[in-house]
Design a protein around this ligand. Sequence first.
Ligand SMILES: [Fe+2]
Ligand SMILES: [Fe+2]
Length: 185
Amino acid sequence: MNREQALELVKAQITDKRYQHTLGVAESALALARKYGADPHKAELAAIFHDYAKFRPKEEMKQIIIDQEMPSDLLSFHSELWHAPVGAYLVQKETGVEDPEVLDAIKYHTSGRPGMGLLEKIIYLADYIEPGRNFPGVDEVRELAEKDLDAALLKAMKNTISFLLSKSSAVYPETFFAYNDMISR
Ligand SMILES: [Fe+2]
Ligand SMILES: [Fe+2]
């Protein structure tokens, strides 16, 4: 599947605002792939599809999590987490993308996980630093991303966890496991 076909498919699934975000993630992912030696086409494809399921009804996502035997603890955490694993499933089912690296990058773009592969790191980070993002700390992560992928990823994870703590929100265990894995390297 080429870039234009992927964009057309995803455009029908998400809002204009989210589509603009998606274009930003694709741009950042492509730059990171070139810098850190990932396959640029896979990076672009994963970025384009990363928020594919963002606007699916919660009930539909919940049913997919149950039917596909995804980790059931997802259901006791914020539904914002669901679109990532459900997205990987729906992208494979509805668009025919089969590449496991691309699908895993979609699947783990919100929670992260221990032992993240290069493409997973790139999509997680691109989602955080794409040009449309504008929140405290993002410029520091952008600068880190210019020279050290893992340092940038770790900083993005730290910021995300700190932000959740500051709001007294729950943190999904996989996110802590991902952070612990990165900090111990
Ligand atoms: Fe997302
Ligand atoms: Fe996103």
